[in-house]
Design a protein around this ligand. Structure first.
Ligand code: B12
Ligand code: SF4
Ligand code: SF4
Length: 254
């Protein structure tokens, strides 16, 4: 039996390298978690009582794979250039990356099945409740459990390659070596949460949805839908991401 961890990491990298997208990426990050990690159950207490457990996606779940596709720097720089107007590169990156994540997950499921491993995945996005704006499968929380990053003031996950990019995740019925154990100290990557500085994400939010006190999801989403209207030709590009153009876009605080 081949070692699955390097196989999966190489698979994700290969899919990104050969992706037929205009969007360019920096090297992907891949992490693994034990499906029985108590932090999955904790999500029901701290985030959402109906949050799914790995076993809800795949009854024989033994581990979870999380991957992050970080956008090339020019995409963020384009979105940073205007205070309010969203760069079409950012909108395109959203649409193309959602499709790429779903494709990687489906191809990985097929490839693993050929090796006798069952897997299941949730889509990259648009899997939320339209009223509460909450999803029952949080890719960024899964990534946090796999040790890929820490949450920032902007409510996104900041990885070692920053926050500007998108996550996918899969559940497998094979055991994998976890990349983070419960109780491991999380390295704080947000400057504000480290020392009270920065707050650039808050300052750049064009509609005041993000404040020091929290995120007004509804206000943010209303703005995303207005932006989507402008990018109708791309399909559903409900985007903005001005809060992902600060110093944590590409890297974490050292
Ligand atoms: C619903 C949704 C939205 C809603 C609500 C946003 C929100 N922050 O809740 C709206 C439409 C407003 C939105 C906006 C945006 N979104 Co959005 N969205 C989602 C979606 C589909 C589900 C999020 C969710 O409800 N999760 C369930 C709830 C229960 O958990 P959570 O909020 O994710 O996580 C919290 C808890 O887990 C908690 N927590 C507390 N204690 C503990 C303890 C432990 C141990 C752990 C692990 C976690 C934890 O911390 C988290 C933050 O509060 C995800 C895709 C997905 N399915 O995961 C993308 C996602 C969160 N969005 C993303 C992005 C990029 C955006 C936008 C920038 C839009 C854009 N692309 O231009 C903005 C950013 C707004 C912001 N500052 O957060 C990315 C985030 C990437 C990142 N680096 O983190 C995601 C992960 C999509 C993806 N596939 O990559 N989004
Ligand atoms: S922009 Fe600054 S304050 Fe906001 S999440 Fe990033 S590091 Fe934290
Ligand atoms: S995506 Fe835009 S509107 Fe939503 S919190 Fe970030 S900066 Fe504000």
């Amino acid at each position: 039996m081949i070692r699955l961890e390097p196989f999966i990491a190489a698979f994700v990298q290969r899919e990104v390298d050969r992706a037929d997208t205009e969007t360019r990426y920096r090297p992907p990050l891949v992490g693994f978690a034990d499906a029985a990690d108590p932090r999955f159950l904790q999500l029901r207490e701290v985030a959402e009582p109906t949050h799914l457990l790995p076993g809800d996606l795949l009854p024989a779940a033994r581990s979870v794979v999380s991957f992050f596709l970080p956008f090339a720097e020019e995409i963020v720089k384009a979105n940073r250039a205007q205070p309010r107007e969203v760069a079409c590169q950012w909108a395109l990156a959203y649409v193309e990356t959602n499709a790429l994540i779903n494709r990687i997950a489906q191809r990985l499921i097929t490839s693993l099945a050929e090796r006798g491993v069952q897997a299941a995945a949730e889509p990259a996005t648009h899997n939320w409740d339209p009223v509460t704006l909450i999803s029952r499968w949080s890719h960024k929380s899964v990534a946090a459990i796999a040790g890929l990053g820490s949450f920032g003031l902007h409510h996104m996950l900041i990885t070692d390659a920053g926050c500007a990019g998108r996550f996918g995740s899969l559940v497998l019925d094979a055991a994998l070596e976890p990349t983070s154990a419960p109780g491991t100290a999380v390295r704080e990557r947000c400057r504000y949460l480290r020392d009270g500085s920065c707050m650039i994400c808050v300052q750049r939010c064009p509609v005041g949805a993000l404040t020091e006190k929290g995120l007004d999801k509804r206000r943010c989403y209303e703005w995303l839908l207005q932006v989507a209207d402008r990018f109708r030709q791309l399909g559903l590009a409900d985007v903005c991401g001005k809060c992902a153009t600060g110093p944590c876009a590409f890297e974490s605080a050292v």
